[in-house]
Ligand binder design. Structure first.
Ligand SMILES: [Zn+2]
Length: 203
């Protein structure tokens, strides 16, 4: 009979270690939750060269706290899936030296996207363009600009806004409450202008 305990021996190159159960990398000194995993020390890559950067020590009103600071797109993803990641202290913009920060990211519109609007078929309301941003979870307020014009000032950074601009090329900018920003070019075209051009160039 085969000994059930000895049916599989761990190869010598496979070791055990503690990792952060938030991100799967070895935890930094502030990680409170750790989990045991098997790994291959000889494999070089992020899993052997990096450590968790999520848990960070921050100073809020003179007191140190350990909180999870997420990259912008991960923070937005977790928030949209019901994780309470936004319940952390805001940045104190005057005292951010050494604090972990991730710049905002515009997720919609996608850079370079062209929106074609059909005023012959749809109302302006029915063909609005979504502006959706991701910020790290310590950001509490964002402003949206269309070119240099302020179009929204929101204390809900993850909630999208909708706009209905006339045909034209615009720069959409998202600015967070620390001054970090992201911009994309938005092109809006009118279907009638495109279809006229198309018919005039047809053979
Ligand atoms: Zn981690």
């Amino acid at each position: 009979m085969r000994d059930p305990v000895k049916w599989f021996g761990r190869p010598q190159g496979v070791k055990e270690r503690w990792v952060c159960d938030l991100c799967g990398l070895p935890g930094n000194r502030y990680c409170p939750n750790r989990t045991r995993e098997l790994y291959v020390p000889k494999v070089t890559g992020p899993v052997t060269t990096e450590i968790c950067q999520v848990m960070q020590k921050v100073v809020v009103d003179g007191k140190e706290q350990i909180i999870a600071v997420w990259p912008s797109e991960l923070a937005a993803f977790l928030h949209r899936h019901g994780m309470p990641v936004a319940q952390v202290p805001a940045y104190q913009a005057q005292q951010m030296a050494g604090e972990r920060y991730f710049a905002p990211v515009i997720q919609s519109p996608v850079a370079g996207a062209v929106y074609i609007r059909r005023h012959d078929q749809l109302t302006a309301q029915e063909q609005q363009i979504k502006l959706q941003g991701a910020t790290t979870n310590r950001v509490k307020r964002v402003k949206w600009y269309l070119d240099d014009k302020l179009i929204a000032d929101s204390d809900q950074p993850y909630v999208p806004i909708y706009i209905s601009p006339p045909a034209g090329e615009y720069v959409v900018t998202l600015v967070d409450d620390t001054g970090g920003s992201d911009s994309v070019v938005l092109t809006v075209e009118d279907y009638r202008a495109i279809s006229e051009t198309g018919s005039s160039s047809a053979p």
